[in-house]
Ligand binder design. Structure first.
Ligand code: ADP
Ligand code: MG
Length: 403
């Protein structure tokens, strides 16, 4: 990665504003998955070791510019306190006199977490005044929030115009891993795409079709491809207005010599609920009143076999309604086989909120080469787009360049 990182910065005694992505899932006020918090620890620890005064800032959920008590960062502060083994207070508001005082009192080796940035509408509007106020808290800006890097907000883009800016270690790793997929993948390179809607993924499929050797499609979005092949999908989730896109993608794949693997058999259910009636059918024979909810055994075997010699794999999107255990078989089979590939030295990158949740549920996250903390951001990156939160960070001067 050609961006300056915190390793290049002199942070001793300095106030460092670190934009992190602590947008974690919550249920009843409890954090159900702390991966994003843990992913930021290396950056925070490096800054602390080097004597920085660390000011952390994040958004949580979509409060749309209003204070929502259920979206306060207090549970995050508590989790951080455990992980860092030092007290991390959370301010009552990202702005205000109390926050300014707390920042003034902050000493080297101490950490402070600002309250949810999105309690202020100015954050998502990338308001210059709001960005300037955030910048006034610090001497240095660090962006470690890869998951928010596709958004041009005050704390991801605006603030970088006021302060010397650096990428954090997580940002660096995310960019390096995802760039490796686009630039120097070891072959065969396979992309596995699933999830709910094909419309969310058309652009990334288009771009990946110029990079991959194989495209494996499953989940709800594969249904639109089955329609494109002239098959019926009953009551399954599908997007008839995207059948043309699916046809075009299949034609491009053929022209580019990309092998496409689609389900050949599927599990169909009467309803998309727990405890409903279900059975396996060939993908040719889906009756009008049933829903496709998972891969059948033949599809699982076909996909596992197709992927068995892949050296590089990117996976986004569960291959069935994995939230219901009876319909999680395809997702689990592929997750297990990818962990196995990664153990054998293949590069396996998983991105997307639900895909990562599925892999984590299976206890396989640690075996993958890289689990991206950015769902939307990783897809936009793989679409070949520049992420505003990355673009705004300064490049490392070229070696040999005159000062
Ligand atoms: P990610 O968050 O990994 O990017 P998506 O949000 O695109 O993935 O899709 C995840 C959702 O897709 C899950 O809630 C899952 O239940 C749903 N899904 C997968 N397969 C099907 C299917 N056959 N029918 C309906 N929904 C599906
Ligand atoms: Mg999702």
């Amino acid at each position: 990665m050609n961006k300056l990182t915190i390793r290049d910065a002199d942070v001793a005694g300095k106030r460092v504003f670190v934009r992190v992505d602590f947008n974690v899932p919550l249920a009843d006020g409890k954090i159900t998955d702390d991966s994003r918090i843990r992913a930021a620890i290396p950056t925070i620890n490096l800054l602390l070791q080097r004597g920085a005064r660390v000011i952390l800032a994040s958004h949580l959920g979509r409060p749309d510019g209003k204070v929502q008590d259920g979206l306060r960062l207090r549970p995050v502060g508590e989790r951080l306190t455990q992980l860092l083994r030092r007290h991390v207070p959370v301010t009552g508001d990202a702005l205000g006199v109390g926050t300014e005082d707390a920042i003034k009192r902050l000493r080297s080796g101490e950490v402070l977490l600002l309250e949810n940035l999105r309690f202020h509408a100015e954050e998502e509007k990338n308001d210059p005044g709001f960005a300037a106020t955030l910048a006034s808290y610090a001497d240095i800006y660090v962006n470690d929030a890869f998951g928010t890097a596709h958004r041009a907000h005050a704390s991801t883009v605006g603030i970088a115009k006021f302060l010397p800016s650096y990428a954090g270690l997580l940002m660096e790793r995310e960019i390096e891993m995802l760039s490796r997929l686009l630039e120097t993948p070891e072959r065969p390179f396979a992309a596995i795409l699933g999830g709910a809607k094909v419309s969310d993924k058309i652009k990334v499929i288009d771009h990946l079709l110029t990079k991959v050797d194989m495209l494996v499609l499953g989940g709800g979005m594969a249904n639109t491809f089955l329609l494109a092949q002239g098959k019926a999908v009953g009551k399954s989730l599908a997007e008839p207005d995207r059948v043309e896109d699916a046809r075009r993608i299949l034609a491009t794949a053929e022209a580019n010599g990309v092998r496409v693997v689609l389900p050949v058999d599927v599990i169909v259910a009467k309803e998309v609920t727990r405890g409903t009636e279900y059975k396996t059918l060939l993908a040719e024979k889906i009756p009008a009143s049933w829903h496709i909810v998972d891969l059948g055994k033949a599809s699982q075997d076909l996909m596992v076999d197709a992927l068995s010699d892949a050296k590089t794999v990117f996976w986004n999107g569960p291959l069935g309604v994995f939230e219901i255990p009876s319909f999680a078989h395809g997702t689990r089979a592929v997750a297990r086989m990818l962990a196995d590939r990664a153990d054998k030295g293949a590069t396996v990158v998983v991105g997307g909120g639900d895909s990562v949740a599925a892999v984590t549920q299976e206890g396989l996250a640690d075996r993958m080469t890289h689990i991206s903390t950015g769902g939307g951001a990783s897809l936009e990156f793989l679409e070949g787009r520049d992420l505003p939160g990355v673009t705004v960070l300064p490049d490392r001067p070229a070696v040999g360049a005159k000062a």
